[in-house]
Design a protein around this ligand. Structure first.
Ligand code: AR6
Length: 542
């Protein structure tokens, strides 16, 4: 008889989703054009999109200012070009892009020259090392041939279709804004084709004084400029695969981006929160990855500059997610750097690639057919929540009270997306997360696990925590959570216990040992007293 050991503890995943099926939870709000929602395609009397044929573009007028993405095809996009006498003239850049992309491109040298033909300032700077390495050393000859013969001409067509496919301006998702943008997958493909050919104006510099210094990179040149380490080349394979797929059959769905910004006074007073931890359905799994937690709100361990190092050397959770689901990369076109009290939710992206490995061992592992159903607005029922933790050079810093509050607020702002703050019942779907801030950012999973559980309990959202292969962490999180829940500990009490730990014990003992000890000593009863006093003081009129 074989013994099957399960990889999870806590409640079954169906309790996190709110149903047996991954798709049983309520849908997110429909796509409806509004003062706070720009829909770049035509929505016909709210008619649902079937997902088979791409919707038509919304008609509008180009805007060339600080509120909107400056488009490469704008009539106002001018660029200095030298004539044969060496004199400089301003020319419409799109005309140059058009004439360059219509010409055949037979190898990576010609591709590099094409890109430089409308980025002339970088002629002596950009070397395209990774691009050359990919096509002349890494891929086999047949694959390279297929790319230049078949895929690349289609990517060029897709890029050149931009003015036809996007006819109304794309607003920037600026700081302090609560705003949504919806684009069709076809529009997204055209944007990414332009990013591939590095056509977006004013996006090739990161100087502090430059217009887009507070936005991520979008033109792919930063990736081409790396030294072409294996993980970079594998990321490029994922991106080429995406183009092969969308060029073969244009996807017909749509994707919505929503930025949420909550002023600090709108965040919970953590020290006096009376939400019981026992109200939180918690599922902890050591084997599954976040992207496979279908139907849940999947956390992206983000950089405040969305995408992090995806167009560079980065190859951890966020970057991998972005290359297997490249539609997420469009966030980088319009999302200004996230503030501490902001989060971004992306609903509807499709996954195109499989992968193996992680970081330096990351590899593209072939095509992925995404079977996620569409919602009534034509979006895949996949929600990716970008929240950025802070990087911590030391444990002591991570435990500082303002840092604890910062991370709690950040997680809570993300977890309460589209939640009903008045509702006392659980809000579905739940959240799928894990060691947020604990890899590249150096945080501690034992602390971040509890902080995210507190934010979820406060938000009324069930939580699935994926420990990424760490069975011991899984067991410890569940042990400490069960002990806290059994003693009726509230979010506020736990917050104060962590603050106490941070003031005395951080360098000497372990947070979970400390909490177990406190519970054994019956100190929670004393805390109950202080919480009562504190709540009374909070409500005493000044
Ligand atoms: N599913 C579940 N857990 C995962 C997965 C996954 N697919 N991938 C990784 N983990 P990290 P951070 C676990 O370093 O510390 C990027 O450059 C694994 O235990 O990606 O928040 C961003 O752009 C891993 O060690 O997130 C930011 O700049 C841990 O999650 C920065 O990294 C943390 O993954 C964010 O760093």
């Amino acid at each position: 008889m074989s013994t099957v050991t399960k990889s999870w503890l806590g409640v079954p995943i169906s309790e996190i989703r709110g149903s047996q099926s991954p798709w049983g939870a309520p849908e997110f709000p429909l796509v409806v054009p509004a003062y706070n929602h720009s829909v770049l395609y035509h929505v016909q009397n709210g008619r649902p999109i079937d997902g088979d044929r791409p919707p038509k573009p919304q008609i509008g007028r180009d805007k060339w200012d600080h509120e909107f993405v400056r488009m490469p095809c704008s009539n106002q996009s001018l660029y200095p070009f030298e004539d044969s006498n060496g004199d400089c003239h301003l020319k419409k850049r799109w005309e140059v892009i058009e004439s360059s992309l219509w010409k055949p491109i037979r190898d990576s040298r010609e591709l590099a020259n094409t890109i430089l033909s409308y980025n002339t300032k970088f002629k002596k700077i950009w070397k395209f090392k990774a691009l050359h390495k990919l096509f002349s050393e890494y891929l086999d000859e047949e694959e390279t041939q297929y790319f230049f013969d078949v895929t690349l001409p289609e990517i060029a067509k897709l890029a050149l279709a931009l003015p036809k496919l996007i006819q109304s301006p794309i607003p920037l998702l600026k700081q302090h804004k609560n705003y949504s943008i919806s684009l069709s997958q076809q529009q997204i493909a055209s944007i990414l084709a332009n990013a591939f050919f590095c056509t977006f104006p004013r996006r090739n510099t990161k100087k502090k004084s430059s217009e887009y210094s507070s936005y991520p990179h979008i033109n792919f040149y930063t990736l081409y400029e790396t030294d072409g380490s294996e993980s970079v080349l594998e990321k490029l394979k994922c991106l080429c695969h995406y183009f092969r797929r969308v060029c073969t059959k244009v996807p017909g769905g749509v994707v919505t981006w929503t930025r949420r910004s909550v002023p600090p006074r709108g965040c919970p007073a953590w020290g006096s929160s009376g939400s019981p931890l026992s109200s939180l359905p918690l599922h902890v799994d050591s084997d599954t990855t976040i992207e496979d937690a279908h139907g849940l709100i999947q956390v992206d361990f983000a950089n405040k500059y969305l995408g992090g190092g995806v167009l560079n050397y980065g190859c951890v959770q966020e970057e991998i997610r972005f290359v297997i689901c490249p539609e997420l990369m469009v966030s980088m076109l319009f999302t200004e750097v996230l503030r501490p009290n902001e989060a971004l939710l992306i609903v509807g992206c499709e996954r195109y690639s499989r992968y193996t490995g992680y970081a330096s061992t990351f590899q593209w592992a072939g095509d992925y057919r995404d079977e996620t159903p569409l919602d009534s607005s034509g979006r895949r029922r996949c929600a990716v929540l970008a929240i950025d933790a802070l990087p911590y050079p030391s444990t002591v810093q991570e435990y500082r009270e303002e840092m604890l509050t910062r991370e709690l607020n950040k997680a809570w702002i993300g977890f309460t997306f589209h939640a009903d703050p008045e509702s006392s019942t659980l809000q579905y779907p739940g959240v799928a997360t894990g060691n947020w801030g604990c890899g590249a950012f150096g945080g501690s999973p034992r602390l971040k696990g509890l902080l995210q559980a507190m934010a979820a309990a406060q938000a009324g959202r069930p939580l699935a925590y994926f420990t990424f292969g760490d069975a011991e962490l899984r067991d410890h999180i569940v042990d400490v959570y069960n002990a806290l829940a059994k003693c009726g500990v509230t979010v506020g009490q736990l917050y104060r216990l962590i603050v106490r730990f941070s003031k005395t014990n951080v360098l000497r003992s372990d947070l979970y040992d400390f909490l177990h000890q406190v519970l054994r000593d019956g100190e929670v009863d004393k805390l109950r007293g202080t919480q009562h006093e504190r709540m009374e003081t909070d409500s005493t009129p000044g």
